[in-house]
Design a binder for this molecule. Structure first.
Ligand SMILES: Cc1cc2nc3c(=O)[nH]c(=O)nc-3n(C[C@H](O)[C@H](O)[C@H](O)COP(=O)(O)O)c2cc1C
Length: 491
């Protein structure tokens, strides 16, 4: 049986401090590539794309320096999360694992016991090394990239954290929502319907009020990972990050907004959005791998203050056809939330959840279970496809038995090809939460999705009438490994 491992005793010790400490740790793991001389104009994006697309989770993080036209030290970082090890490092989980799903299981276990910690306000901080206001504001003082060849603008925010405050309850949300540059003092902010930053903005605008916003465009990768994760409503990513680290996140009060700004972040833009002020936003190469939902009129942000460290680093994550550097990030973060929802609904014996990177992101979710009762598989499918972590823009949800590794696409396809009957093992959900990034979104911005029960029919499993699997027993495997230790078997 292929049950996910218990969390390691080494879990939840964050072995780095901030982005700069993370880079040192990644360098130590041999997973950091330094590139000098690449242009901001599509070259950095193309290099990362070409390194990542066929790397099967082994691409390095790429730190670009000496960008032509910019001072040495004004850097960009791409490819944070194109390896499972770097996701594990960021979350403070052991970087040793047998199956990719182990990382999801450990993150899920860590979340179960996590106690959010409010941030701690400090007066002195590296982010206050440079505070720029008034006429001196120019977001293009940084080597802001144009990521893809068909993009018509430079985007300062992709692997970012957009901080907004709920006008009713006062909690701060961090969301990853992209920022196009219009000019020195004006940037875009594309927030999809239903996202927390969008709900906050809608509330202000419904009251005819402007909204203050802080955009971090270089920060601790943990904050970026959480900002891009579907955490529940009312949960502040700053407090959640404090809980994961086991100590509060140090913040300063933004001079214009009064918002909490992480003391060790690289670049923070304090901004304001005004109701009715819109500009055409896009085109931008999208996460589904297309130029879909191309150019739309969207609210923009006026930059009021720039805070930055000396030698700042812009964090970037352009998305493109699979596999891109966000596949693992969204996959692991989303899968852990799906697992949490399945547990919260009281569904027993969930052994693994994985969003396959080629999906992309959350569009091909596989849940591995030990079937306990007739209908268990169908329960799991409906919850996984419609819980908060699984609902947005889903397409395929598949449930498999305990002997199938949810993270191994070959095994999943085998189950879908041999344990699944098209007449009885499909359910459809119509009018679900869609994304206009989906080239096939339906009028009204809905989508339809498919649920696949690829488990052995429960009655056949119980009666033992499903044919035995052709395999090598664990005992013979162990014997062979011991006897033929000179043969290097794949893991
Ligand atoms: C690199 C990257 C870029 C993203 N860009 C956007 C974006 O421009 N707009 C958006 O609504 N969501 C975007 N997302 C997805 C959101 O960050 C994600 O749905 C997250 O859960 C939003 O936070 P929230 O749940 O607090 O609203 C992006 C995710 C990643 C990883």
């Amino acid at each position: 049986m292929n049950i996910a491992r218990e969390p390691s005793k080494d879990d939840a010790i964050i072995p780095y401090e901030g982005l700069r400490g993370w880079l040192e740790a990644v360098d130590g793991m041999g997973e950091l590539l330094r590139v000098n001389g690449a242009s901001w104009d599509a070259e950095m994006g193309a290099i990362t794309h070409m390194l990542t697309e066929k790397s099967s989770g082994t691409a390095p993080a790429v730190l670009f320096d000496e960008v032509p036209g910019y001072a040495k030290g004004f850097r960009t970082l791409y490819g944070h999360f194109s390896s499972v090890k770097r996701v594990a490092l960021t979350l403070g989980l052991s970087t040793e694992f047998d199956r990719k799903v182990d990382i999801v299981q450990r993150y899920h276990a860590c979340m179960q016991s996590l106690k959010p910690l409010p941030p701690r306000y400090v007066d002195k901080a590296p982010i206050l090394e440079n505070v720029i206001t008034g006429d001196d504001i120019d977001v293009l003082k940084f080597p802001v990239p144009r990521h893809h060849e068909i993009d018509t603008a430079r985007y300062i925010g992709t692997a970012n954290c957009v901080i907004t405050q709920d006008p009713d309850d006062g909690w701060f949300n961090l969301g990853t929502y992209r920022n196009q540059v219009y000019d020195a003092k004006t940037i875009g902010c594309q927030i999809t319907e239903g996202k927390h930053g969008r709900i906050h903005r809608d509330k202000y605008f419904e009251r005819g009020q402007p909204m203050k916003v802080v955009v971090l465009v270089g920060q601790d990768p943990l904050l970026y990972m959480l900002a891009a994760s579907p955490l529940p409503d009312g949960v502040s990513e700053l407090e959640f990050a404090g809980g994961i680290k086991g100590k509060p996140i140090d913040v300063v009060r933004g001079p214009y907004t009064g918002f909490p700004i992480p003391a060790d972040c690289e670049i923070a833009l304090e901004c304001e959005a005004v109701p009715g002020n819109v500009k055409p936003e896009g085109p931008f190469g999208e996460w589904m791998g297309y130029y879909s939902d191309d150019t739309q009129a969207r609210p923009y942000l006026i930059v009021k203050t720039i805070l930055h460290r000396n030698n700042p680093i812009i964090c970037c994550a352009p998305q493109h056809k699979p596999v891109d550097e966000t596949g693992l990030l969204k996959g692991i973060a989303g899968a852990a939330q799906v697992w949490r929802a399945l547990d919260a609904c009281g569904l027993p014996d969930i052994l693994g959840v994985w969003n396959h990177e080629g999906g992309p992101a959350t569009r091909f979710t596989v849940v591995q279970i030990k079937q306990r009762y007739p209908g268990h598989a169908r329960n799991v499918l409906h919850v996984a496809a419609n819980c908060q972590g699984g609902a947005y823009a889903g397409k395929w949800t598949v449930v498999v038995d305990d002997d199938i590794d949810a993270g191994d696409l070959d095994q999943v396809l085998w189950a879908m090809s041999t344990r699944f009957d098209p007449m009885t093992d499909i359910d459809l959900i119509q009018k679900a939460w869609a994304s206009k990034r989906d080239p096939l979104w339906l009028p009204g911005n809905f989508n339809n999705r498919i649920l696949i029960d690829a488990c052995i029919p429960y009655d056949m499993k119980m009666k033992g009438t499903f044919p035995p699997v052709v395999d090598v027993t664990p005992e013979l495997r162990a014997k062979i490994r011991a006897k033929f230790s000179n043969i290097e078997f794949p893991k």
